[in-house]
Write a protein that binds this ligand. Structure first.
Ligand code: HEC
Length: 95
């Protein structure tokens, strides 16, 4: 029962992501990940269409330093979890 309610909470969190707000925070990201989330360089992963929960978790891991990358670790300092959700919802929705 507890597991079921945690699961539905995370689904609700995904639904609450605001892609328009997310887009406004992606100017920096676009320098490496491309304006539409398609990178020009194979070293930089595409963000277009990424699964929301996966992407939020990667951003949290970069911010905490659990996942290390010199290019990524600095760019998330001013962003919070709501920002990560909105940004991920935006990239997920790019056709
Ligand atoms: C200076 C270049 C650069 C900038 C700016 C940048 N990234 Fe990245 N990003 C990278 C690189 C390089 C990787 C691959 C890291 C690795 O191999 O672990 C990456 C990885 C990621 C990943 C993990 C993708 C995956 O498939 O696991 C996400 C999510 C991500 N970036 C989101 C963002 C967001 C959101 C922004 C803007 C707030 C951003 N990045 C800004 C270079 C950049």
């Amino acid at each position: 029962m507890i597991i079921i309610s945690v699961f539905s909470l995370s689904l609700n969190a995904e639904e609450m992501g605001d892609p328009k707000r997310g887009k406004t925070m992606t100017a920096t990201c676009a320098a490496c990940h491309g304006t539409n989330g398609v990178s020009s360089n194979s070293e930089w992963p595409n963000l277009k269409g990424q699964q929301i929960t996966y992407m939020v978790n990667q951003l949290k891991a970069f911010k905490s330093g659990e996942r290390k990358n010199v290019l990524m670790n600095g760019v998330l300092d001013d962003l919070n979890e709501k920002d990560f959700l909105d940004i991920s919802t935006y990239y997920n929705g790019i056709q």
